[in-house]
Design a protein around this ligand. Structure first.
Ligand SMILES: Nc1ncnc2c1ncn2[C@@H]1O[C@H](COP(=O)(O)OP(=O)(O)OP(=O)(O)O)[C@@H](O)[C@H]1O
Ligand SMILES: [Mg+2]
Length: 271
């Protein structure tokens, strides 16, 4: 099924538009990145994809049809599309981890024994078993982020939107997140993510949309999108380090660190 936006604009209340005439198709690649400076509209876009706000012009489309904003249709839409919010507090409602993760599944009428199984699996994936029984107000930011992520994973939806998934995570958490994104994509699901960690985007995304002040200003495969240093800096971003190594030191353009490591040992052997 496809998730897309067409000619979509959006303004909060009576303010200026924060999203302008966006055309994006999130079904073309398995892991799609949305990047841009603070305030360019990434989180707002994700909330629109979930149906939390209604476009002022254009539409959000599921399976090429504009989504229906009736309560019933939105419940169905959110079985297909799940959002990991940038701020875990926007997502966490209950005071204990288990009930919080169970919340949306109970809403969908899923049987308690299946809820139990899904939660155990999700907590395993986010390494959250050790704090599963703690009250949420005692958790650190990174732990809350993991709880929120587990809450998104249990939904098992076709599209998983991750808004800054690694912000506040330690190096292990970031590594797990990378592995998780790959395994979700291997299951045939679609991931759409925003991140200020441009190296993470370059590493895991197959396609990237670049936004600036509410507009989509560039799109393409990461090895092409990040090549134009001036443009990338103009929109408030930085080039991934592997692209810099290519442009500044004449190294081949590698997509992943492990390719560079393998490549450099070949160079050594040939000397
Ligand atoms: N609830 C709101 N009411 C009014 N304006 C808002 C609201 N939320 C966000 N904005 C404005 O909309 C614009 C886009 O914000 P948004 O949070 O989508 O940006 P972002 O790209 O996610 O930024 P960041 O990189 O900081 O997460 C900003 O100018 C912001 O001030
Ligand atoms: Mg944001």
């Amino acid at each position: 099924m496809t998730l897309s936006v067409s000619s979509m604009s959006f303004a909060y209340e009576k303010g200026d538009p924060v999203l302008r005439n966006l055309n994006m198709d999130f079904s073309t690649h398995s892991v799609i990145g949305v990047v841009g400076a603070n305030g360019c509209g990434k989180s707002t876009l994700f909330k629109l994809l979930l149906g939390l706000h209604t476009p002022t012009e254009g539409s959000v489309n599921w399976s090429q049809q504009p989504i229906d904003y009736s309560k019933k249709a939105l419940i169905q839409h959110r079985k297909n599309v799940t959002l990991l919010f940038q701020e875990p507090d926007q997502q966490i409602f209950y005071t204990d981890v288990y009930n919080d993760i169970a919340f949306s599944l109970r809403n969908l009428g899923i049987a308690e024994h299946e809820i139990e199984q899904r939660i155990q699996r999700a907590l395993d994936l986010v390494d959250g078993k050790s704090f599963a029984h703690k009250p949420i107000q005692y958790l650190s930011y990174g732990q809350k982020k993991r709880v929120a992520l587990a809450g998104s994973l249990v939904m098992d939806s076709e599209y998983l939107l991750l808004d800054e998934p690694t912000a506040g995570l330690d190096p292990n958490g970031t590594k797990q997140m990378k592995a998780l994104i790959r395994s979700i994509s291997d299951l045939g699901k679609n991931v759409v993510m925003s991140s200020h960690d441009i190296n993470l985007i370059y590493d895991v995304c197959d396609y990237v949309y670049v936004m600036s002040q509410g507009e989509m200003v560039s799109q393409g495969e990461p090895q092409n999108v990040f090549l134009d240093k001036r443009f990338i800096e103009q929109v408030g971003l930085e080039q991934p380090w592997l692209v810099k190594m290519h442009q500044e030191f004449g190294m081949p353009l590698f997509r992943h660190e492990h390719e560079m490591v393998a490549g450099s040992s070949l160079i050594k052997e040939s000397i």
